[in-house]
Design a binder for this molecule. Structure first.
Ligand code: APR
Ligand code: PHB
Length: 398
């Protein structure tokens, strides 16, 4: 048998995305040991372009955990977003509506880079490029992780608990026996075509645009880099979208008045993202705790994905700290119920943002008029705008 002597840690973490890395960092601050096992290379996870908007509470949490220096230097603080419909912009002012709260525009891969640097500087163990990752003994009090490192023989890590932070396509959720989980899912009949471009953002804040040709979003990563998205068919072939076609379509959908022109530049990256709402319940079985995308997915319209992942691991770190410091198990037992309350509110908001902005196949003209009425209501009613602002900037983490 080509297996080496078992390694030992307190918390075995699968996945080095924001959830797994932040969990490991928070546990370290609480004096709890962990090892992260990740199938991709460090270069891959650090270059993977994902979402880029952090709720106020997420940014504050990263600061409190000593991870805010580069974010505060390079990130962009926004105090509003624009809803654009019928060719006109309407600003939703978070400062006014959400008690001065804002959001931080800072790419998820930058958060990942900061977290990896912090873990490695503190002597944290991350196994990148692992293969054949599996979890065993989830119902016992000695669960373990098996994997093969990039160079070397198969290894096993004996753990007290395992955190499944391995994203939607990971193995942890699937390792839970049939029947123990219930999945709730809605797959949307459209996707987003996204580009990252070397172009000065054409607006100071994010613009969410409703248009007869489909939704468009103007976002950014820095004063020199734009991030833009277009609603497209889920079966769309990216090869059919040369850069010029993308810019033309964005210009049409984002237009705000006759003189308005979208700044263009070199396209650095492009891709198509499917849209789905997904939740499994419960988020824990035996000694395995799911966190982040492994347990739930939101469509990106509400910018909630990374924020939910971070809120989950904050809860999990607190529960594990209570267990190790005072042998309390109540927070661990309540982990799933605590997270799901917030997860479902973010699901509701993400679905709401998605359904007011997108064209749906089979819709009737009534639906478009209703969407415009709803956007107009949000733009003109303080009550409706407050609901958007408090959800967008983030509900309390608990
Ligand atoms: N073994 C080890 N690692 C794995 C495995 C596996 N079998 N399968 C997947 N992984 C890794 C992935 O390579 C990835 O690095 O798990 C990590 C999961 O990270 P994310 O997908 O970023 O998920 P999470 O940390 O929950 O963060 C959620 O990511 O997709 C976005 O919109 C989402 O912003 C949200 C955030
Ligand atoms: C992004 O900048 O990638 C982004 C911003 C807002 C969203 C989704 C994605 O709602």
């Amino acid at each position: 048998m080509a297996q080496q002597a078992a390694l030992r840690t307190q918390i075995g973490i699968i996945g080095a995305g924001p959830a797994g890395l932040l969990l490991s960092h928070l546990l370290h601050l609480a004096g709890i040991a962990s090892i992260i096992v990740e199938t991709q290379t460090r270069q891959h996870v650090e270059a993977r372009i994902r979402a880029g908007v952090m709720e106020q509470g997420t940014a504050d949490l990263l600061r409190e955990a000593g991870l805010g220096q580069r974010m505060d230097r390079e990130g962009l603080v926004h105090h509003g977003i624009e809803l654009r419909f019928c060719g006109q912009g309407h600003r939703i002012d978070f400062a006014d509506l959400a008690n001065g709260q804002g959001v931080m525009v800072y790419g998820q891969h930058e958060v990942v880079k900061d977290l990896i640097a912090a873990r490695l500087a503190a002597g944290g163990e991350i196994v990148f490029a692992a293969s054949k990752v599996s979890v065993e003994g989830l119902d016992s009090d000695r669960p373990s992780i098996r994997f093969t490192p990039p160079e070397g023989r198969a290894q096993e890590i004996a753990c007290d608990f395992i955190a499944g932070c391995d994203g939607f396509h990971g193995i942890c959720r699937l390792a839970i026996s049939n029947g123990a989980l219930t999945a709730f899912e809605r797959v949307y009949p459209f996707a987003w075509l996204g580009i990252l471009a070397e172009a000065t953002p054409s607006a100071e804040e994010l613009v969410y645009a409703h248009h007869a040709r489909g939704f468009a979003l103007l976002s950014m990563r820095s004063p020199a880099i734009s991030r833009l998205y277009l609603q497209c068919a889920p079966t769309e072939d990216i090869a059919q979208w040369p850069d010029e076609r993308i810019w033309d379509e964005l210009q049409l959908r984002l237009v705000a008045g006759p003189g308005w022109h979208l700044t263009q530049g070199r396209v650095l990256q492009k891709g198509i993202t499917p849209m789905r709402s997904f939740v499994v319940e419960p988020m824990q079985v035996g000694r395995l705790f799911l966190a982040g995308d492994s347990a739930h997915i939101v469509p990106p319209t509400g910018a909630k994905g990374m924020n939910l992942a971070i809120a989950d691991v904050v809860m999990l770190a607190r529960a594990l700290e209570a267990f190790y410091k005072s042998r309390r198990t109540d927070l661990l037992e309540a982990y799933s119920a605590t997270c799901l309350k917030r997860v479902w509110k973010a699901q509701r908001f993400s679905w709401w943002m998605t359904q007011i902005f997108h064209r749906f196949p089979g819709e009737v003209p009534f639906d478009q008029r209703r969407q415009i009425a709803e956007l107009d209501y949000v733009a003109t009613s303080t009550a409706a705008a407050t609901a958007l602002a408090e959800n967008y900037t983030g509900l309390p983490m608990l």
